[in-house]
Design a binder for this molecule. Structure first.
Ligand SMILES: Nc1ncnc2c1ncn2[C@@H]1O[C@H](COP(=O)(O)OP(=O)(O)OP(=O)(O)O)[C@@H](O)[C@H]1O
Length: 306
């Protein structure tokens, strides 16, 4: 279990992580979600002791990572900008990591197989593609067979097959009872991978709930209905308590479902050309939630031309 309590990190007068508290439980994939610059990497670096909190604490299974006698066996981590010796082969890199953590060399071949890098294990990592580098980073994270796995943007640079592979791997690791924390700035991907979400923006926790709860709360939906008699239908719907927005022959209705909308139209003898439920995408929900906390938002075209 990872427990962060009031975790804060300042760089000079810049607050990267601002009083963040959350718990990552075993047996689940927890998605750590936020736009660029939200503080995800900084938080993850503090989890594995690469950065020291300005204040607050973070513990892994009750202990600070820095106090662990064999860190790779306690927490496996894939962090961005991993330092790799470009002249070393993938196998040599993993063997060196295994040796320095008292891990049997046979485990190196196991993890190479697990991430699908056996055939290129003898190649120098300097020539690896971004995707191969990510797989090597994941192999390194799993080397110590750790109960806690922290993956920072693991699908970066992966093709669709690779993305699906990471998703399955994360879920399998959680199903084995491990604690799995995966960061991403892609809401849709996280919705498929994570059971639980911790959403941050500008260093603060914006949401901490199950993925199901997040979808139910933030993905807005409305009934879309098209009719040649929009004025009359809007009137009927409003009388039954619905909020209605009219756009030509189309009505966007909230507060009643598709069944009620159809029945009201039938009772009023009105013709319908279209009736359906529209649910805003999770990406939209995520962007709405984090709108005020995006560090590098693109200017609106109208603002640029002004
Ligand atoms: N070493 C550093 N010195 C100064 N500022 C830093 C440092 N590391 C991070 N920051 C700042 O802290 C904030 C959070 O950065 P962080 O990399 O943790 O965000 P992130 O959510 O991981 O973003 P991304 O998705 O872009 O990786 C940013 O404003 C960043 O500029």
């Amino acid at each position: 279990m990872i427990v962060a309590s009031d975790l804060t990190k300042r760089y000079g007068d810049r607050v990267a992580v601002d009083g963040v508290s959350f718990t990552v439980r075993p047996g689940h994939v927890t998605g750590f979600l936020g736009p660029n610059g939200a503080g995800k990497s900084t938080t993850m670096r503090m989890v594995i002791g690469l950065d020291r909190p300005t204040s607050g604490t973070v513990t892994v299974d009750g202990a600070r990572y820095a106090d662990s006698p064999a860190p790779l066996r306690a927490v496996g981590a894939l962090l961005e900008a991993r330092a790799l010796h470009p002249g070393r082969t993938a196998r040599a890199h993993l063997r060196w990591m295994a040796a320095s953590n008292g891990i049997p060399v046979a485990r190196v071949e196991e993890v190479l197989g697990l991430v699908g890098l056996e055939s290129v294990a003898g190649q120098r990592v300097g020539r690896f593609s971004l995707g191969m580098g990510q797989r090597l980073g994941i192999a390194a994270a799993l080397l110590g067979d750790p109960p806690v796995v922290v993956l920072d943007e693991p699908v970066n640079g992966l093709d669709p097959e690779g993305i699906r592979w990471v998703r399955t791997l994360a879920r399998d690791l959680a199903a084995e009872g491990r604690t799995v924390l995966v960061s991403s700035h892609l809401m849709a991907e996280m919705a498929l991978t994570a059971d639980h979400l911790v959403v941050i923006g500008r260093g603060r926790v914006l949401a901490d709930c199950s993925t199901r709860e997040f979808i139910a709360e933030h993905a807005a939906s409305y009934v879309k209905v098209r009719t040649p008699q929009p004025g009359q239908l809007a009137e009927l719907l409003r009388r039954s308590g619905a909020d209605v927005v009219r756009d030509g022959d189309e009505l966007r209705v909230q507060g009643v479902d598709t069944v009620t909308t159809g029945e009201l139209a039938a009772a009023g003898g009105l013709v319908l050309h279209e009736l359906g439920l529209v649910t805003s995408s999770l990406e939209e929900a995520f962007m709405t939630l984090t709108a005020g906390s995006v560090e590098f938002a693109a200017a609106h075209p109208a603002e640029v031309s002004r």
